[in-house]
Design a protein around this ligand. Structure first.
Ligand SMILES: [Zn+2]
Length: 205
């Protein structure tokens, strides 16, 4: 089982084949030669919105992620906007509990729109992709500040390489796929002379 915390940091991918297949077939996970927004080069590109645009697949992923928390008592699911909204919705549906989202207001992660958590309410925090886990940390801090109790973190894709720690809370992911990115001058794909693509922008180099 992929737990998200067992990453080796070598760039190895792990996850159930059927989940990997969904990500590849929808174009959420692409192989090639990409220039990332950071300016670094990578052989992979991940865009979860590509898979979540199919509600029936989003539901399937939500069920799979919910199953990772079998035996854990969850009373509400919370995800950071925007990436965590649909994930929270589908995991909440699978667990039969409320799904809320947190959003930044003047830089601070907060519950708006009348959303509330009860003191002691057991909360599962979810997100589409984590790299440093920064947004998830902010949501966890918010949940605690509201007096509720975080019971775990669930993500579709863990790109952290096992480097994040959410205060000892159980972390489960559907796919564990550490980022293998290189400065352009060290890029093995550039060294092979392969043409690159900048996802989200038009045209190829
Ligand atoms: Zn390159």
């Amino acid at each position: 089982m992929c737990t998200g915390s067992g990453g080796t940091g070598t760039g190895a991918q792990s996850g159930p084949p059927e989940i990997m297949k969904i990500f590849k077939e929808t174009g959420a996970l692409r192989q090639g030669h990409f220039v990332l927004t950071s300016g670094k080069h990578s052989a992979q590109y991940m865009q979860c919105a590509q898979v979540l645009q199919y509600p029936w697949l989003a539901a399937q992923l939500g069920q799979a992620l919910a199953r990772r928390f079998a035996g854990v008592e969850v009373e509400a699911v919370v995800g950071p906007a925007l990436g965590g909204i649909l994930v929270a919705h589908e995991v909440g549906r699978a667990l039969g509990v409320r799904a809320l989202f947190a959003e930044r207001q003047e830089g601070e992660m907060t519950l708006r729109r009348g959303f509330a958590l009860q003191p002691g309410e057991k909360v599962l925090v979810v997100e589409d992709v984590i790299t440093t886990g920064g947004s998830v940390q902010e949501v966890l801090a918010m949940v605690k500040a509201l007096g509720a109790e975080p019971v775990g973190v669930g993500v579709l894709v863990d790109r952290s390489g096992g480097r994040v720690d959410f205060g000892g809370l159980p972390l489960h992911s559907l796919l564990s796929m550490p980022i293998a990115a290189f400065p352009p001058e060290e890029c093995p794909l550039c060294a092979q002379g392969l043409p690159w693509e900048k996802p989200g922008s038009r045209g190829k180099a």
